[in-house]
Design a protein around this ligand. Sequence first.
Ligand code: ADP
Length: 149
Amino acid sequence: MKIALFPGSFDPFTNGHADIVQRGLQLFDRIIISIGHNSKKKRYLPIEKMIGHVRDTYATNDRIEVITYDELTAELAIRYKANYLLRGLRNTTDFEYENSIAQVNRHLNPNLETVFLITSPQYAHINSSIIREVHRYGGDVNEFLPYTI
Ligand code: ADP
């Protein structure tokens, strides 16, 4: 059984993330969307709210699980018997960052392979931090999300 973690801040979880999940389902038997308490980032949307929205989005799909976590991703993978980390790549900025965390994660857990999917062009511009800014000033962001806030 191929189990992948899809870890991220997901603040918020967007249509870009949903596209990675949908395509990941063609590669993996199970995907565990893992919403992290990122030590460097203070959340905008409460993690309890986000887990509710993402669980509702995938309520009918028994191959997807949604959890929150506050530990090393490499250790979370061991607990969930996941051999794969799923991540999305939008551009070279993502690549620089993803390259270093993938190296560290493999060092921490040699059985963990990071698999990158290149973003579909129609979602490449979707960026959680811009969505937060728009929402903060009262703009409608629902067209970027697979649920409504
Ligand atoms: P993190 O804080 O761990 O980078 P994010 O929630 O920002 O968490 O992103 C989680 C993953 O989703 C990352 O691999 C990121 O590159 C990817 N991602 C973010 N936005 C998009 C998008 N629009 N399309 C595809 N992948 C994306």
